[in-house]
Ligand binder design. Structure first.
Ligand code: SF4
Length: 743
């Protein structure tokens, strides 16, 4: 007999509520949950394929342990014995930094990925942390760190109330939004237009989002920061800068005006391929709108000036008085945020507290560039020990990081590697131990990360829709046991990990004079926590200590896990509200508009004003039925528009003799690859586009469907040396390439 169960969709950042149809223990259908307080019934093709994603027969059902060179099924006990035996000797002989940790982006889509990796890193004490952020969004974290003193304080556009939205390098009609959590992003854009608002899209491709826009500006890839700098210049030059209520909270306005003095629209026009009149019009429209929000995403992040472009997005919001006001860009307040402290000077944000061993890349937010992982493994230096053991959690850097071929070889040279992954994929095939988490329907869900980026404050939690299959282990328990095995406590009760976090968090809270539990007994508070297991008790604790929490009785109407369970479709916490100066943690206690690292990087941007590559450049693209390298093994989600083809403009195709559908060889600085051409005028002349996350043609994987439509690994065209220097983010867009038709 079938039944229904609620589950928040984990397949992209939009976090839609789903209603699943469950037959026995199998999910047979998924539709949007009309009563969900945030998504109101929206669903996309990925969410509708939840059942197929969940029941993919290639998902691993038991741990794998390498014996005699072969990965073979093993018991959980054997697997964790092997983890302890593999990692501890490396730590003891070579120190903690010889253990690398790679976190892939699915970590921010799971409860386990939010709660346990920080504990693992703290307990291991390693500085060798590499995450998907440095091939994606680290520029935004760095710019927020420098502007606001908090790398996670990321303002999001107030989509539902703004009058004018300017998107740069973002295609939410395909991606459904990123660093801006908004179920039904397409519907929200249409609503903006329906209420008389305007949409401007800056993108070298005429994307589906660009087709919806009132104005589309096809900027030259990689020149985003120059265009944004020129817009800010116009605001000063034409006396349009007006900070309004923000003014008392911002320092450095005059210094910024001086620093941008020579970024005139005329000076950047050639390198941006945007005429000066258009740049001036963009700035004037922004200043004239009753409310406006500028939002930049991956196209403007994964470029040589990614941090400057991310910073300039916020600069434009600030100079037009649109930061922190309804209709502008605001700081969300999530239910599991820490208790807000009173406004005032903070510790500030530091970059480069340590550097990578081989190339000396500065850390950002405690992370080293994923592009540098291969050299950190395969290159000996006097500066310290190479990475000799690796813990990869939901990460497939062989496909998602530059130069997968080099990383492939480097991973094979490790003393030990453990992957927490549901698949035997291009990366986990190198592991000595693979620990497979259960399918999503068997896991609970709460969006710890995405609620901090949501366009409306709300909170939702769903328990597992179906029970754990016999022989499966919850992902939270897998990670807790992994922590114990990797840190010398192998065999201890995994509940001890949660108990330790609870003890430390409550101990700190009762000493904090601003906490609602100041002065209380932490053991008494711990005894009051509810939940069926450790992760639920931790969620209960975070909710109760958080900004909307019940403060363990201090605010009886406030949130707790039980209250959330009583509201299965979630609790709406209202529209985003102005919060400044409270979120600021800069040393000055103000928004620091021209921080020193940014000022120090402006000469590099200035020198780019005269540069304009003569040949073709490559950009990426998103597909509605895909998310990075995920889901390429699901037949229902491959095909259609989700095809790994090289988009090329008809003029370029004709000049180079490239025919639609024919194979073309693409050569970049790091290597070459072959892809079928798709001749289309949706890319501007001089630009070609390949999506990322493909290349499922390496041996030793167990991705049956993906191997039949492997696609091309675009990252193989890169050698990993091209980075945005401030954030360490890989440069993936605007990369010079040479094309040759394959005869
Ligand atoms: S938009 Fe994202 S969260 Fe919503 S159903 Fe689609 S994949 Fe799931």
């Amino acid at each position: 007999m079938s039944r229904t169960a609620l589950r928040i969709c984990p397949l992209c950042e939009a976090t839609c509520g789903l209603t699943l149809t469950v037959d026995g223990t199998r999910v047979t259908a998924a539709r949007g949950d009309r009563d969900d307080v945030f998504s109101r019934g929206f669903i996309c093709p990925k969410g509708a394929s939840f059942g197929a994603v969940d029941s993919d027969p290639d998902r691993l059902r038991a741990p794998l342990v390498r014996r005699d060179g072969e990965l073979r099924e093993a018991t959980w006990e054997e697997a964790f014995d092997a983890v302890a035996a593999g990692i501890r000797p490396v730590v003891e002989r070579h120190g903690p930094h010889a253990v690398g940790v790679v976190l892939g982006n699915p970590n921010v889509h799971t409860v386990a990925g939010a709660l346990y990796p920080p504990v693992l890193l703290g307990a291991l004490g390693t500085r060798s942390l590499f995450t998907a952020s440095t091939v994606d969004q680290m520029p935004k974290h760095v710019s927020s760190g420098l502007l606001y003193g908090d790398a996670n304080a990321i303002p999001v556009p107030d989509l539902d109330r703004t009058d004018h939205l300017l998107l740069i390098g973002a295609n939410p009609l395909e991606s459904n939004g990123s660093l801006c959590t908004a179920p039904d992003f397409p519907g929200r854009l249409k609503a903006l237009k329906a209420r008389g608002g305007t949409l401007t899209v800056i993108d070298p491709r005429r994307t589906r989002t660009a087709r919806l826009a009132d104005r589309h500006v096809a900027v030259r890839p990689g020149a985003d920061a120059l265009l944004l700098a020129a817009m800010a210049h116009v605001l000063f030059e034409e006396d349009l800068a007006d900070l309004g209520a923000l003014a008392p909270h911002v320092e450095g306005v005059e210094e910024l005006a001086a620093a941008l003095g020579d970024f005139t629209p005329e000076a950047v026009a050639g390198s941006c391929d945007v005429d000066a009149a258009t740049t001036r019009a963009l700035a004037r429209e922004l200043a004239a709108a009753p409310t406006a929000a500028v939002y930049g995403r991956i196209g403007s992040c994964t470029v040589p000036h990614g941090t400057l472009a991310s910073w300039l997005v916020d600069v434009l919001n600030i100079l037009t008085g649109n930061l922190d006001r309804p209709g502008g860009a605001l700081f969300p307040q999530a239910a599991t945020d820490k208790t807000p402290r009173p406004a005032g000077p903070g510790r500030g944000f530091a970059l480069g507290r340590w550097r990578s061993r081989v190339s000396g890349h500065p850390e950002a937010k405690g992370e080293l560039p994923l592009s540098a992982l291969a050299e950190e493994i395969d290159t000996a230096t006097d500066a310290g020990e190479p990475v000799r053991a690796l813990v990869a959690v939901a990460a497939n850097p062989v496909l998602s990081a530059p130069d997968g071929d080099r990383l492939d070889k480097a991973l094979d040279s490790l003393d030990f590697m453990v992957s927490v992954d549901p698949y035997l994929n291009e990366t986990s095939r190198h592991a000595h131990v693979v620990l497979p988490p259960p399918p999503p329907a068997q896991s609970p869900h709460h969006d710890f990360a995405f609620n901090t980026l949501a366009v409306r404050n709300q909170v939702r939690y769903t328990r597992p829709a179906v029970p754990l299959e016999p022989g499966r282990m919850a992902e939270t328990e897998i990670l807790a046991r992994l922590i114990l095995a990797a840190t010398g406590m192998h065999g201890a009760d995994p509940a001890a990990v949660d108990a330790m976090v609870v003890e430390q968090t409550l101990g700190k809270a009762v000493r904090d004079p601003h906490s609602p539990v100041h002065g209380r007994d932490p053991r008494d508070l711990a005894a009051r926590l509810t939940g069926e297991n450790g992760p639920e008790r931790r969620l209960d604790m975070m909710l109760r200590l958080g900004p909307y929490g019940d403060g363990f009785g201090a605010r009886p109407e406030g949130l707790s896990l039980q209250r959330l369970l009583d509201h299965p479709h979630g609790i709406d916490l209202g529209p985003l509200r102005p919060r400044l100066p409270q979120p600021l943690k800069t040393r000055s206690g103000k928004v620091e508009l021209l921080p020193e690292p940014i000022a120090g990087d402006l000469p590099r941007l200035r020198s780019a004003m005269d540069r304009r590559p003569a040949g073709l450049v490559l950009v990426g693209r998103r597909h509605l039925r895909s998310n990075n390298s995920w889901m390429h093994n699901i037949p229902a989600l491959t095909g259609g528009s989700n095809r790994c083809t090289l988009h090329i403009h008809p003029e370029d195709a004709e000049r180079l003799g490239v025919r639609d559908g024919a194979a073309v060889r693409v050569k970049g600085a790091g290597g070459e690859a072959t892809a079928p051409a798709e001749v289309t005028d949706t890319v501007r002349p001089g630009v070609v586009s390949l999506p990322h996350g493909w290349g499922h043609d390496r041996p030793g994987t167990r991705l049956t469907h993906a191997a039949t439509v492997p696609g091309t690994n675009v990252n193989q065209l890169l050698d990993g040396s091209l980075l945005d220097p401030l954030s360490g983010n890989a440069v993936l867009n605007g990369v010079p390439v040479v094309l040759t038709p394959v005869t």
